[in-house]
Write a protein that binds this ligand. Structure first.
Ligand code: ZN
Length: 264
């Protein structure tokens, strides 16, 4: 039985039997795998703390003939969202987004088919989070690049209707999944993407995620991109992600919380 070692991102786990877990992970060089982590649910298991979604780790596993499940020898965390949460952003939103990133990669990663660019995107995102990059621009960056790597991001070079520039911003019309310029946008508008949001995308197309703190993105443009990206993701996956519903619930909770003011 050949043993493989690789860098990998943990995507999700689920229970198996009394004491084990099945781990879904994206390897750098051999695509997405599912493996058994023996005894992972026992106290003091060697897998404790290593199987959180979006943990980047060194893994060793062996493949058994005619079986889909590999057997995992070890998972050695190198960069973990738990570390990020301890150092920087402990918010529910940051941790909710970690689940969201993992679910998106899981949905898009083909089984056992190497996709090193997707792996690199995921690894760079979790490293940026660990180094303190704020979660909102990081999430917009991740969605933008994920959709680009899949070849489904709408063109930003010129309006597909008139060939003109997006100098006044863009709009994604209702039931369409491309950007048109504001002159070609229908009166109902659809999802507006402002000049500031487009500026962020252009800068993001040239930068690594750890450069995001120097690329401005206010709350308004971030919302616009979030809405446009959610529409693109839903139409291409043909469903809504579980983690998106979690993020929405967190948003509602945050809105209900009384705000602290300077006078109080
Ligand atoms: Zn146009």
């Amino acid at each position: 039985m050949p043993v493989y070692t690789s860098e990998a991102l943990v995507l999700r786990t689920y229970k198996l039997g009394e004491a084990d877990r099945i781990v879904v992970f994206l390897t750098k060089d051999r695509g997405k795998k599912r493996g058994v982590a023996k005894g992972a649910r026992r106290p003091r298991s060697r897998f404790t703390g290593a199987l959180e979604p979006m943990t980047r780790a060194g893994v060793a596993y062996y493949e058994r003939e005619l079986r889909d499940l590999v057997r995992i020898n070890y998972v050695e965390p190198q960069c973990s969202p738990l570390l990020a949460a301890g150092r920087v952003d402990r918010s529910e939103s940051a941790l909710g987004h970690v689940g969201y990133f993992a679910e998106l990669i899981d949905e898009w990663a083909p089984e056992a088919h190497a996709d090193e660019r997707l792996y690199r995107l995921g690894a760079s995102i979790i490293e940026a989070l660990a180094s303190g990059v704020p979660i909102a621009p990081l999430a917009r960056y991740f969605e933008f690049w994920l959709l680009r790597l899949q070849g489904v991001y709408p063109t930003l070079s010129a309006c597909p209707e008139c060939g003109g520039a997006f100098d006044g911003g863009a709009a994604m019309p209702p039931r369409e999944h491309q950007f048109v310029c504001r002159r070609c946008a229908p009166p109902a508008g659809g999802t507006i993407v402002s000049v500031d949001a487009l500026k962020f995308l252009r800068a993001a197309s040239l930068a690594a995620p750890d450069a995001l703190p120097s690329i401005p993105l206010d709350a308004g443009p971030s919302r616009e991109l979030e809405t446009a990206h959610r529409r693109l993701i839903n139409v291409h996956l043909e469903k809504e992600l579980k983690s998106t519903r979690v993020l929405r619930a967190l948003d509602v909770d945050a809105a209900r919380r009384p705000e602290k003011t300077a006078t109080s």
